[in-house]
Design a protein around this ligand. Structure first.
Ligand code: PMP
Length: 433
């Protein structure tokens, strides 16, 4: 055989479905944060440990006699985990759930989303996405051959309050209705919403539900922040509204629920006639998820189900602690003149940086939106990492929302104090010429 030692590929190697989706905000900003940040309020993860009961469950799972937990478990979810998830969600939704057909475990909520888009979206299907949105929805819809159709939450400043709330960002009902057509296959709902922290009210969800039923549309409901709601707000599950169970897949994440994002345990809950297709994607892509992490998460849920609604419950304690952290960060940002939008849920908040244009050097003819330039300048010059909000918008709408950044406040008190010190110093520099 006389083949050359080196023979470079000359044909295009990239599959067409990857065109235009190669950029990813996290790759760029996680690297910037690692290089420059003193205080990382960028990517969404807690810098405090998960609860002791979860770590203890993992230790128990590692004990000598439980050695089979190092092997594969059931493909669609470790039996004790799907059982407890069916019990908990059955209680929350007020319906009997079958652990084997109404629940499926995934590698984080991320894989659950991927399975849903692959399972339901065909070439030419439209998927409605509410802006600002968790950025992966758009490339995932495109990869499945679908067309994302965007509809923004529109801010309506309140005259009586100094600071805005995420509740002031609302859908225009007529605009939303205009996005539904014969081509619409699904809508993605994310409540509580990352990045705004908006918790959709029952009325807002009823409007979405009505349109879904009218146009026979599926709802992919990303509820990973379901337990992180503040000020006594209620997290309403759209699947519990009339006509919605049969057309909704609920997506959740143990990463957010138990402050353990690195475990990558997620799930889908829904009717068998939808989940059967989600299972088909899962069995042909990932197949098994890590057994030991599922075992420990199952035990975590067991504890929470027993303590449901009690003050010792982590689902009660975590939001209480996070609400305090939210209020600290709101104060620190407000003091320096970044106008925070008070989130009703999640561990993110978005702040208006319009007043800081003079701090950030202008780059003539730069294509880069102001919020990107601001976030890069802030991490390099002040050491605080945040994420530009326009990353959560489609190309066509980016420029309308380029004067905000997103901060994560799931951080130790010391981290938030360090941020406050930097912001205070910055304020002094701004006021004393
Ligand atoms: N959905 C939303 C709205 C998220 O914010 C995240 C994580 N940032 C995910 C899904 C993915 O969750 P997981 O880490 O469980 O894959």
């Amino acid at each position: 055989l006389s083949l050359p030692l080196q023979a470079k590929m000359s044909r295009p190697v990239q599959a067409r479905r990857l065109e235009g989706i190669d950029k990813n905000i996290w790759v760029e900003f996680v690297k910037l944060a690692a290089t420059y940040s003193k205080v990382n309020l960028g990517q969404g993860f807690p810098d405090f440990p998960p609860p002791d009961f979860l770590k203890e469950a993992l230790e128990r799972a590692l004990s000598r006699e439980k050695y089979m937990l190092h092997q594969y478990t059931r493909v669609f979810g470790h039996p004790p985990l799907v059982k407890i998830l069916a019990q908990l969600f059955g209680k929350l939704l007020g319906r009997d759930l079958d652990p084997l057909t109404n629940v499926m475990v995934t590698v984080g909520a991320y894989q659950a989303l991927f399975c849903c888009f692959q399972a339901f979206i065909d070439e030419g299907d439209e998927v409605i996405i509410i802006e600002p949105f968790f950025d992966c929805y758009q490339p995932m819809v495109k990869m499945a051959g679908g067309t994302p159709v965007f509809v923004p939450l529109r801010p309506k400043p309140s005259k009586d309050r100094k600071l805005m709330s995420s509740a002031d960002w609302q859908l225009d009902p007529a605009e939303l209705a205009s996005k539904f057509s014969k081509r619409t296959k699904a809508i993605v709902l994310n409540s509580p919403n990352n990045p705004l922290g908006k918790v959709f009210s029952r009325g807002e969800l009823e409007l979405i539900a009505e349109l879904c039923v009218k146009h026979d549309v599926l709802c992919i409901s990303d509820e990973v922040y379901e337990w992180l709601v503040y000020d006594g707000k209620e997290h309403v599950r759209i699947a519990s509204l009339q006509g919605m169970w049969d057309r909704t897949v609920i997506i959740g994440s143990a990463g957010k629920t138990f402050s353990a994002t690195g475990w990558k345990v997620g799930w889908t809950v829904g009717p068998d006639q939808l989940l059967q297709h989600v299972r088909t994607v899962h069995q042909n892509s990932v197949y098994h998820c890590a057994t030991i992490a599922q075992e420990a998460v199952g035990q975590g849920f067991q504890r929470e189900l027993e303590l449901y609604g009690k003050p010792e419950s982590y689902f009660v304690q975590l939001p209480k602690e996070l609400q305090q952290k939210r209020d600290w960060l709101v104060q620190s940002l407000d003091a320096v003149g970044m106008k925070p939008i008070i989130p009703e849920g999640t561990y993110f908040l978005v702040a208006d940086i319009s007043e800081f244009k003079s701090d950030v050097p202008d780059v003539p003819n730069s294509e880069e939106p102001y919020d990107y330039r601001f976030a890069k300048w802030m991490v390099k010059n002040k050491g605080i990492a945040a994420i530009p909000l326009s990353a959560f918008y489609c190309e066509a709408h980016k420029n309308n929302y380029n004067h905000f950044v997103r901060f994560c406040f799931a951080k130790e008190e010391a981290t938030l104090k360090a941020a406050n010190d930097i912001l205070q110093k910055w304020k002094q520099e701004k006021t004393s010429p």
